[in-house]
Design a protein around this ligand. Structure first.
Ligand code: ZN
Ligand code: ZN
Length: 449
């Protein structure tokens, strides 16, 4: 590969901050302790017992009072930043601001833009734009097929040289198995991960929500879980045969998990993500016909949701991805059949999962932090970590804080969050990304002054 950047962020002044008496938790680094942590010129310079490190001359002092929690900042391998061409929904500045507000230090953006990200010049121009506007690091998965049309492969080798982390036709499946097999063969030359949105279109076409009793009751056309599971089985088999590196995006049903487990166990190089909304909501939540809850893949049955939770706990699912999919207000203010699929998720991911899975005892906090950071590793990038000498990628969180999702507005340009209005626990107060202060919660900023 050439030296083209795979992650890009706008240059900002490196931060110097002393987090005094905080609770640090980084399961991968084996850190779980009350400590002082000094960030000096953007790097984690020292970690010591509470009360042992002084801020020095130029470091800001943040008093954690033995209560505030410090995590490695999160990594989201699946977001839609809507650039180029759909800036009325989101752009690099607002999307990465939303990411920073959610505690994320890096995101990977999908290519289903207008025009799609399917050539090296478009990819290079996006990295240039990110170097101007991005608050947290941004990487891209350009398209597998030209124009996302599923007919002809993109120039994968050239795209990799221009900084592609991998490839995806997200928003659409690669319907043609032969084309996907060719992509897997090019992957041997190009490297990078093939990230797949799995949807058998002949089964899913025209569907609005998950097929099942709730869809029947509402009289809405259903998308069967099989639409996903059959494609996961097909592509897991292809990946095994071609020894390809494949990542399954936003898995939503038990059938997909079974195919994933079966092929992983015989050596396929597979990984998978799950979204907070598939973990927390289910098809029955659509009884009010709220368009914010219309997502693709659709919210699953309660049984599928509990299978997803188990798979995340047990590690069959590697990571959490928000599939942050912003839309303009008027685009979602239509009858549910006509509304576009997608929900925002960056600003609520941690708090929602903490409130609804960790606090009730369904998921260990350490597993949540692992799953919110593991995406980096899957795409060949350094995982955010709390370690001396590491760049400061840190999320400072008040686990006691109560707030209501969306009550004070959003950092994202869009408001179509399927969790809006939910009471949540755990608030990101500050995010350091790549050694810079990427976010500071407003009320916390006043306290800190
Ligand atoms: Zn998708
Ligand atoms: Zn997506």
């Amino acid at each position: 590969m050439s030296g083209a950047p795979q992650l890009t962020t706008a240059a900002r002044d490196p931060a110097s901050v002393l987090f005094s008496d905080v609770r640090a938790l980084d399961p991968r680094a084996g850190i779980q302790a009350r400590c002082d942590l000094l960030v000096s010129h953007g790097e984690i310079a020292a970690i010591g017992e509470p009360g042992t490190i002084s801020p020095g001359e130029d470091a800001e002092l943040i008093d954690g009072r033995g209560e505030l929690q410090l995590f490695p900042a999160f990594f989201d391998p699946h977001v839609h930043l809507r650039v180029p061409g759909q800036e009325h929904k989101e752009d690099l500045e607002t999307g990465t601001r939303a990411a920073a507000a959610g505690g994320f230090c890096a995101v990977i953006a999908m290519p289903n833009t207008d025009p799609p990200i399917d050539s090296a010049p478009i990819l290079r121009s996006l990295h240039e734009l990110a170097a101007q506007e991005a608050r947290v690091a941004v990487g891209f998965l350009p398209a597998i097929s030209k124009g996302l049309r599923g007919a002809e492969l993109t120039e994968m080798v050239e795209l990799r040289a221009a900084g592609a982390l991998g490839f995806s036709d997200d928003g659409r499946p690669v319907a043609d198995a032969g084309l996907l097999r060719d992509a897997m063969r090019y992957q041997r030359l190009a490297g990078g991960v093939l990230a797949l949105h799995e949807e058998e279109l002949s089964l899913a076409a025209g569907g609005v929500m998950r097929e099942g009793p709730t869809a029947a009751r509402l009289g809405l056309r259903g998308i069967p879980a099989l639409a996903e599971a059959t494609m996961v089985a097909r592509d897991a088999a292809l990946a095994l045969a071609e020894d390809a590196r494949v990542h399954f995006q936003h898995l939503s049903c038990e059938g997909s998990l079974a195919a994933l487990a079966a092929h992983k166990s015989i050596g396929a190089q597979l990984s998978a993500e799950v979204t907070p909304h598939h973990l927390l909501l289910c098809d029955e939540d659509l009884l009010g016909l709220e368009t914010a809850l219309k997502v693709n893949p659709p919210l699953a049955s309660a049984a599928d949701r509990s299978a997803l939770r188990s798979a995340l706990r047990e590690g069959l699912i590697d990571c959490i991805a928000t599939d942050h999919a912003p839309h303009a207000r008027e685009e979602k203010e239509v009858p549910i059949e006509q509304a576009p699929f997608g929900s925002t998720g960056l600003e609520t991911a941690f708090a929602a999962l903490y409130s609804e899975l960790v606090l009730p005892g369904e998921l260990a906090l350490s597993r949540l932090i692992e799953a919110l950071t593991a995406g980096a590793e899957l795409f060949g990038l350094p995982v955010p970590t709390i370690a001396r000498g590491a760049p400061a990628n840190l999320a400072l969180v008040d686990l006691q804080a109560h707030w209501v999702a969306g009550e004070q507005g959003w950092e994202s340009r869009a408001a179509n969050c399927c969790l809006a209005g939910r009471p949540l626990r755990g608030r990101v107060l500050m995010t350091l990304a790549g050694g810079t202060v990427a976010y500071r919660e407003r009320s916390f900023a006043m306290v800190a002054l």
